[in-house]
Design a protein around this ligand. Structure first.
Ligand code: 13P
Ligand code: SF4
Length: 343
C-alpha cells in the first residue's frame, strides 16, 4: 500500500444552503456577538443536517456556551430536566452536550439508544471524588442507613446507592426514604444545604465542585457594595457562607426560573459563567453582573466536537450491564419522586 492510499480521503460535504445559514444566523442573533455569527453559522447548519441524517437530538446543559445552547440544542435544562427529557425522547441518537455523568444517566434511561458524548474528557470533580469502594465502606460504617447519591457520580457509584438526586429535588428525595438518617454523597456543600432544609440527619462525604467551591462570601458582599439593590442567586454546590449571603438558592434551572419570575433590574448568578450569557440573551432588559468561574469540563464541548461526534458516532457511552442494572434502579427511583423544593 502506498502512503497516499493509506490516508483516508476527506469527506466532501456540500456547502450549506442559504436557507440553512439564515436559520442558523437567526438562532444566534442576540446570543453571541455579531462578528461570531458568520463563524458559527456554517457549523450549526452542518450539525442540523447531521441530526436529520442520524435521527439525533442534542440535549444541552445550561452551562453550554451560547452558540451551542441557542444554536444547536433541541432541549436544554438542569441535570434533572435532562434526565427527564432523555426518558421522553423518540430520537434514535442522543448527543449529550454536557458532562460524562449526564450522558451516562441518559444511557441508563435509554439502554437501546445510542448516547454520544462529544469529548470523553468532559468529566466532573464531584464524580471523581468518590468510588464504589468508598460507598461500600460507608455502608459498612453505618449499617442499614440508606445512601442518596447526587447525580454527579459515575454509574458504578450509582450502582452502590439506593437512590439518586439532583440539586432540584435533593430535599424531596432525602425525605422520600422515610429514614431518620441518610448518607448523602459526594457533595459536602449540597449536603450541608439539604441539612438546613430537613429534619433528616445527613451523613456527608467530603467531595466538592471545583467551580463552585472557589466562590467566597466576600465576593457577594463586594457585589452588594458595588451594586446596591442587586439580586444575588447561588447554586447549592457553593459553600454555606456563600449561600448565606444569597437572596435565592436553586439548581441551574431553578436559578433561571427565579430570574424569569422576579425580573430584577440587576442580577448576579453565582455559578458557572456561560449561564449568565444564555439567560441574558433571553432577557436583554436585565443587567447581568458576571462573576466568572468556568467549568473546564463543560467547556470541552464545542460545536466542532458535536459535528465530529455526529459524523463518526463517537464517543458512544457503554455501561457494563451488571452495573447498569443497579444504577438504573437508583435513577428510576429518583425520577419517580419527581421535581421538588430544592429549586
Ligand atoms: P444542575 O443540576 O443544577 O444543573 O447542576 C449540575 C451541575 O453540574 C452544576 O455544577
Ligand atoms: Fe462538575 Fe462543578 Fe463542572 Fe458541574 S460545574 S460539571 S459539578 S465540576
Amino acid at each position: 500500500m502506498t502512503i497516499e492510499s493509506a490516508v483516508a480521503a476527506p469527506v466532501v460535504r456540500p456547502a450549506p444552503s442559504r436557507a440553512a445559514l439564515d436559520r442558523a444566523t437567526k438562532r444566534l442573533q442576540g446570543a453571541v456577538p455579531d462578528v461570531e455569527i458568520a463563524v458559527h453559522a456554517p457549523l450549526i447548519a452542518r450539525i442540523e443536517a447531521l441530526k436529520a441524517e442520524r435521527d439525533a437530538i442534542v440535549l444541552a446543559h445550561n452551562y453550554m456556551t451560547p452558540e451551542i445552547f441557542h444554536g444547536v440544542a433541541d432541549l436544554v435544562g438542569d441535570s434533572l430536566a435532562l434526565a427527564n427529557l432523555a426518558s421522553e425522547t423518540e430520537a434514535s441518537v442522543i448527543v449529550l452536550a454536557g458532562v460524562h455523568f449526564m450522558a451516562e444517566t441518559a444511557k441508563l434511561i435509554n439502554p437501546d439508544k445510542t448516547v454520544l458524548i462529544p469529548d470523553l474528557g468532559a468529566g466532573c470533580s464531584l464524580a471523581e471524588s468518590i468510588t464504589p469502594a468508598d460507598v461500600r465502606a460507608l455502608r459498612a460504617q453505618y449499617p442499614g442507613v440508606p445512601v442518596v447519591t447526587y447525580v454527579n457520580t459515575s454509574a458504578a457509584v450509582k450502582a452502590e446507592c439506593d437512590i439518586c438526586c439532583t440539586s432540584s429535588n435533593a430535599v424531596e428525595v432525602v425525605e422520600s426514604l422515610g429514614s431518620d438518617r441518610v448518607i448523602f454523597v459526594p457533595d459536602q456543600y449540597l449536603s450541608a444545604h439539604v441539612a438546613t432544609q430537613t429534619d433528616v440527619e445527613i451523613i456527608p462525604w467530603d467531595g466538592a465542585c471545583e467551580v463552585h467551591e472557589r466562590f467566597v462570601a466576600q465576593d457577594l458582599i463586594s457585589l452588594r457594595e458595588s451594586w446596591p439593590g442587586i439580586e444575588i442567586i447561588a447554586h447549592p454546590e457553593c459553600p454555606q457562607e456563600v449561600l448565606a449571603e444569597a437572596d435565592f438558592v436553586g439548581s441551574t434551572s431553578g436559578m433561571i426560573q427565579h430570574v424569569r419570575d422576579q425580573r430584577p433590574e440587576r442580577v448576579a448568578l453565582i455559578t458557572e459563567c456561560s449561564m449568565s450569557d444564555n439567560v441574558a440573551a433571553e432577557l436583554p432588559e436585565i443587567d447581568f453582573v458576571r462573576p466568572c468561574n468556568l467549568c473546564p469540563y463543560m467547556k470541552r464541548i464545542t460545536l466542532t466536537k458535536i459535528a465530529r461526534s455526529l459524523e463518526t458516532m463517537q464517543h458512544a457511552v457503554e455501561i457494563d450491564e451488571a452495573v447498569a442494572g443497579r444504577a438504573r434502579i437508583a435513577v428510576e427511583r429518583m425520577l419517580a419522586v419527581g421535581r421538588g423544593r430544592g429549586g
